[in-house]
Design a protein around this ligand. Structure first.
Ligand code: Z5A
Length: 216
């Protein structure tokens, strides 16, 4: 059986990392083979590219930004995600190609289809089975991030209109592909958010032939 790729998206501070950990715990309890990866990063090359991309003050033009994210993604897909899927694993990925379309397309003002096309080689046919979009007002997401740590990275430092454009981009993507996206109001308490995610994931797993030991 081939595995399953579930990606998590949303503005910063939406709770992706939190929800990935909760879902990974739930799947592990069910004795299902789950692995967690993140973008940009997850490989030695990807982590170096991540440092470059997030370093405050680093000058990167929008086109270069697209290719840097795509280069990190190519390495992650080829060396980590595809091999895991081939082994039948459930891969939970913290951001994927939709982030490039939302941030570099909608946020930076590049043609969204061009950003998608620029990622074709990196994806090599790999596409999420389910994408959880944690939707939150950027003001609230940034507030959460600032409560957690001092200092914002290069992308977080962009102005509010950038983050609002990113959020609109994500919503457009979800409207275009309703069968792939689960949109959840990320302003809800953690447990309520996770219930929506568990329910949808469990239904998809059953559909794909994974055996669940108990109800959500
Ligand atoms: N980026 C891009 O431009 N193009 C691309 O192709 C890709 C990425 C792949 C990666 O940074 C940056 O790169 C990112 C997009 C851009 N932009 N920025 N900046 P990152 O990986 O360091 O950051 P992130 O992906 O935005 O994650 P994050 O800031 O760590 O947020 P999160 O994972 O969504 O949230 P969290 O860590 O789970 O939660 C944040 C805080 O909120 C934490 O204290 C939680 O305890 C709290 N929290 C979580 N859920 C709740 C609820 N429900 N209520 C209250 N509080 C909550």
């Amino acid at each position: 059986m081939t595995g399953l790729l579930v990606t998590f998206e949303g503005p910063e501070g939406a709770g992706k990392t939190t929800q990935i950990q909760l879902l990974a715990g739930y799947l592990a309890q069910q004795s299902l083979p789950v692995e967690v990866v993140r973008e940009p990063g997850g490989t030695s090359l990807g982590e170096k590219i991540r440092d470059l991309l997030l370093e405050p003050g680093q000058e990167i033009c929008p086109g270069a930004e697209v290719y840097l994210y795509a280069a990190a993604r190519a390495q992650l897909v080829a060396n980590v995600i595809k091999p895991l899927l081939d082994k039948g694993k459930i891969v939970l990925c913290d951001r994927f190609v939709d982030a490039s379309i939302a941030y570099q397309g909608w946020g930076r003002g590049l043609e969204p289809q061009g950003v998608r096309d620029a990622n074709a080689l990196a994806l090599d046919g790999t596409w999420p089975d389910l994408t959880v979009l944690l939707d939150i007002a950027p003001e609230e997401g940034i507030r959460r991030v600032m409560d957690r740590r001092a200092g914002l990275d290069r992308i977080e430092q962009e102005d509010l209109s950038f983050h609002q454009a990113v959020r609109r981009g994500y919503i457009e993507l979800a409207v275009d592909e309703p069968a792939r996206f689960l949109v959840v109001d990320a302003a809800m308490p953690r447990k309520e958010v996770s219930q929506h995610i568990f329910t949808r994931t469990a239904a998809l797993l059953a559909e794909k032939g994974f055996e669940l030991r108990s109800e959500v």
